[in-house]
Design a protein around this ligand. Structure first.
Ligand code: GLA
Length: 523
């Protein structure tokens, strides 16, 4: 019988025993779209951060969209308290930008999200506050469809800004606090304190005038701080001044308000309809969808749109001097283009920017100017001597002169610096030629003495001597070395408002520490 075979020794192997399962941690399910909305001051808009998350076991993938930034989740790590750390990353202006959030799951519909302070900055004075995020409808906060970047062409010159723009801009002093009343009172001040007569004409509203949603027809909207933009433009025009505004080639501005992405022609028409005379167009939000290679094309779209709007609108590019904008700014219709990152009201920042502009001189020409950013004169972070240097340098650079202080409450000496007509005449010279560095002392850049010169219309010259050092210094301008023969010409000191005496082709002056002497050599 078959069983007989069974009498043969049989070795039975016991079935493998499964290892006792270690209890997998059970994480709350955070899959979904979450939004944390924080009100922006009193303007009725919200600063929104979207977390669009997909949880796969331990792992969480997804995106984070916060104002002008759109990150991919790069890493998450659960902690023992049932929360997790989320690291997200994006490409930004050629390098990687990372954010780290500590997330606590406070309930099925609530996350508490704390952004970790950046480690490359001094620690904040107060600990960061947790954002409270709730579940949001799917798709809210998603990126709009990517628009096609057009083939490049030369946008026709709009014929304005033959000399650098002059006016005022709200950002340096007011940032997010600018409102209709502030703009009106700034126009009042400019029209009554001599600035308008000195050439300041644009009153420019920077970021934070916008709503955070378009209307049903896709029109850009204003927020509560600007109830009627057309009425505001009418008011500014009634003072003999012009009104400027701000937008972005991206879906949001730097501060997270609506940008013009995909609505360029519509927005240009809206701006024209309101009576806008100047547009600052700031890259910020475009970084979420486009890399820098697309900049020229995206700026060209608005250049074309402004021309097609039928109103003469000065076009001011702001993309921090990336992609050698000075080489193509005029081609997209730009009247000026920022050449650097943001200025601060500090000697360091102002001089680092201003003295770095030498090589860009060949790109300035009537109608198209380098823009080393707005003035900080009168904002309190520098001395009057330093502000005089700021005004001197910016005028030598044929830079836009956009005051950034509170024009309603400045000291007489600040007003005098801003309205020195002889200095302004250098900035506004019709030849539109930017100064070059002609000489620098053999010291480290931050303390050296420098001489800059620029040719003016009809054979005249401007020459400036700067003393960046910590002590007053005697400086001698050797006109022959600048290719200028002062014989028979008037040499005028534009801060002293006096004719100066060149001796043997030279002029020697005591230049205070952080000060400047500015001369005009007549023809
Ligand atoms: C950027 C610009 C600034 C200002 C702010 C507004 O930083 O460079 O000049 O416009 O955005 O958000």
């Amino acid at each position: 019988m078959a069983w007989a075979c069974a009498s043969a020794p049989v070795v039975t192997t016991p079935p493998p025993v499964a290892a006792a399962p270690t209890a997998a941690p059970v994480h709350p399910n955070v899959t979904g779209n979450w939004v944390a909305a924080v009100p922006n001051t009193t303007d009725g808009t919200f600063r929104r951060t979207y977390f669009n998350l997909t949880q796969l076991g331990e792992r969480i993938t997804g995106t984070v969209h916060s104002t002008q930034f759109f990150y991919q989740v790069a890493d998450t790590k659960w902690d023992s308290a049932g929360g997790f750390t989320l690291t997200a990353s994006m490409r930004d202006l050629g390098s990687e930008r990372r954010v780290v959030y500590d997330v606590k799951v406070a309930g099925p519909d609530e996350l508490r999200v704390t952004l970790r302070p950046r480690t490359d900055r001094p620690p904040p004075a107060t600990p960061p506050v947790a954002l409270v995020a709730h579940r949001a409808p799917a798709g809210e906060g998603a990126m709009p469809a990517k628009i096609a970047v057009p083939a490049l062409h030369k946008v026709k010159d709009n014929g304005i800004a033959r000399t650098p723009a002059m006016g005022w801009n709200s950002w340096n002093k007011f940032a997010g606090r600018v409102d209709d009343a502030a703009v009106r009172s700034m126009a009042d001040a400019m029209a009554s304190n001599g600035m308008r007569e000195a050439g300041y004409v644009y009153v420019n509203i920077d970021d934070t005038w916008e709503g955070d949603q378009r209307d049903a027809q896709g029109n850009i909207t204003t927020n509560k701080k600007f109830p009627d933009m057309k009425a505001l433009a009418d008011y500014v025009h009634s003072k003999g001044l012009k009104l400027g505004i701000y937008s972005s080639p991206g879906p949001t501005t730097c501060a997270g308000y609506i940008g013009s992405y995909g609505h360029e022609a519509q927005d240009a028409r809206t701006f024209a309809g309101w009576g806008i005379d100047y547009l600052k167009y700031d890259w910020c939000g475009a970084r979420m969808l486009h890399d820098e290679q697309d900049m020229q094309g995206l700026y060209q779209i608005m250049g074309d749109a402004l021309l097609a709007s039928g109103r003469q609108i000065l076009y001011s590019l702001c993309q921090y001097g990336r992609m050698e904008v000075w080489k193509w700014g005029a081609d997209v219709g730009g009247n000026s283009w920022r050449t650097t990152g943001d200025i601060r009201d500090a000697w360091d920042s102002m001089t680092r920017i201003g003295f770095s502009q030498d090589s860009l001189a060949p790109y300035a020409q009537p109608g198209h100017f380098n823009d080393p950013d707005m003035l900080e004169i009168g904002n309190g972070g520098m001395s009057d001597t330093e502000y005089r240097t700021h005004m001197t340098l910016w005028s030598m650079l044929a830079s836009p002169l956009l005051a950034g202080n509170d024009l309603r409450s400045m000291t007489p000496s600040i007003l005098e610096i801003l309205t020195n007509r002889e200095v302004i005449a250098i900035d506004q010279d019709s030849a539109g030629k930017q100064a070059r560095r002609a000489w620098a002392s053999d010291d480290s850049a931050s303390v050296r003495r420098e001489i800059w010169s620029r040719p003016l219309a009809k054979g005249a010259y401007a020459v400036a001597a700067f003393n960046r050092g910590p002590s007053d210094a005697e400086m001698t301008i050797d006109f022959a070395a600048l290719g200028v023969d002062p014989r028979g010409r008037t040499v005028r000191d534009l801060w002293a408002h006096k004719n100066a005496q060149a001796r043997n082709g030279r002029y020697t002056a005591m230049v205070p520490s952080h000060g400047a002497v500015l001369l005009r050599v007549g023809r």
